[in-house]
Ligand binder design. Structure first.
Ligand code: ATP
Length: 392
């Protein structure tokens, strides 16, 4: 394919920041082409390369574009000598490419319209989701019932079923990766953020170390094989929170929490759960089975009586649940902001902050070393920007 030089700025006016992630900044983009297509307003996710280095050996010139036509496929960066962030961005591009080829357009999976690359990084031009994050919307709702929660689970299950059918495991499913397309009451919910997803097998415990381990499955924590069923576990955790306002595994330290997750040790406290239907509780228990084989698949979930709405209660849920969800959501946002700030710091500050963050994750020095080694492994030989730089 020819490497026609196309510049993002020639085609989109880049507007306000919509959000920041560990390795990215997401801005609104407005197409310079006239027209009213939904593609005129987009989200531009710029995956930064904080450690320098080229993300692409297939892209010979700067300001080049990976993709004049996504459906025809586009060259992707090789995995040689890339940094941590580059591994994640390379992976996200690979997964998004597969989504474009096999899943899009899907009402519950974010669509990728285009990809550009320049000296600032790689820019993914994505479908704009202006309806906000899942929990943000739920806590603002005046009426919230099991049936409302079931509608959310149904949409996530539909998205997962399509992804899983195309052999894509999300691996980082959590409420903040589920965004509403628009602000209407019947807006579709979209699954996004495929930075840690897989189109091929490689396991890593990184998922739980930079984010929260709340949604991480027992098999991921024990470094076993991560499968589609790991996404189903995460959906079980989301459902538990949706119906109670707090996560199923709560402990003083991450180490303790990890043990509880691996043992599948959770309960339905009578006080909180007495008003919730048996069918919902049974479904959560099925999704939170330690043995992945015993969890229902996304496709099976779509036939479940609670998920289709037959056994989900229609009456208003206890107001306490929503207020607990509100505090849970606020705490989570604070933590995400702290983590994002670590990656925007200078290397010196990052070293200190990362140390304290890893400390708060209850890791021993030898485990930090292991983690560093693990990073080396996933970052491919020859990489000089591994975690060891920060923790030594
Ligand atoms: P993380 O560190 O959580 O993995 P990330 O670097 O992969 O994050 P995203 O989670 O994809 O980044 O995006 C960061 C934020 O930008 C999101 O929380 C969301 O608020 C906003 N955002 C991302 N994609 C879109 C979109 N398509 N439409 C609107 N806002 C978006």
């Amino acid at each position: 394919m020819g490497q026609e030089a196309r510049r993002l700025a020639d085609e989109y006016e880049v507007a306000e920041i919509l959000g920041r992630g560990g390795f990215s900044v997401v801005r609104k983009g407005i197409s310079r082409k006239a027209g009213t297509s939904a593609k005129n307003n987009v989200a531009i996710k710029t995956l930064k390369r904080p450690f320098g280095g080229s993300s692409s050996s297939s892209s010979s010139s700067k300001n080049s574009s990976f993709s004049p036509g996504l459906k025809q496929g586009f060259p992707v960066p090789t995995r040689k000598q890339v940094s941590i962030s580059n591994v994640l961005l390379t992976n996200e591009i690979l997964v998004m490419r597969k989504i474009v080829e096999n899943v899009s357009p899907h009402p519950n999976v974010i669509d990728l319209y285009d990809v550009y690359e320049d000296e600032n990084g790689v820019h993914l031009v994505l479908e704009l989701c202006s309806g906000g994050e899942l929990f943000d919307r739920i806590v603002k709702q005046e009426r919230y019932s099991e049936a409302g929660a079931a509608a959310v689970v149904r949409q996530i299950a539909q998205g997962l079923a399509a992804l899983h059918k195309s052999d894509i495991v999300h691996r980082d499913l959590k409420p903040e990766n589920c965004l509403f397309l628009n602000s209407s009451d019947d807006s579709p919910l979209k699954i996004m953020d495929f930075g840690l997803s897989s189109v091929e097998e490689f396991t890593d415990p990184v998922v739980g170390l930079f984010g929260s381990i709340d949604y991480v499955s027992p098999e991921a924590l024990s470094q076993g094989q991560i499968t589609f069923k790991s996404d189903m576990w995460a959906l079980g955790v989301i459902l538990y929170i949706l119906l109670s306002g707090y996560p199923p595994f709560i402990a003083q330290s991450n180490r303790q929490k990890q043990q509880m997750i691996m043992a599948g040790e959770f309960s339905f406290y009578e006080k909180t759960w007495k008003g919730i239907s048996l069918s919902a509780k049974q479904l959560i228990s099925d999704l939170l089975k330690v043995d992945p084989e015993k969890r229902p698949s996304a496709q099976e979930l779509l036939d479940h009586p609670w998920v289709v709405g037959l056994s989900a209660r229609e009456d208003q849920m206890d107001a306490e649940i929503v207020s607990r969800l509100q505090s849970f959501n606020a705490r989570r946002k604070l933590r995400a902001a702290a983590i994002a700030s670590v990656w925007t710091s200078s290397i010196f500050l990052r070293t200190k902050k990362l140390k304290s963050l890893l400390g708060s994750h209850d890791l021993k020095q030898e485990e930090i070393q292991n983690l560093s080694l693990h990073f080396k492994k996933i970052c491919v030989k020859g990489d000089n920007a591994t975690l060891s730089e920060f923790v030594e």
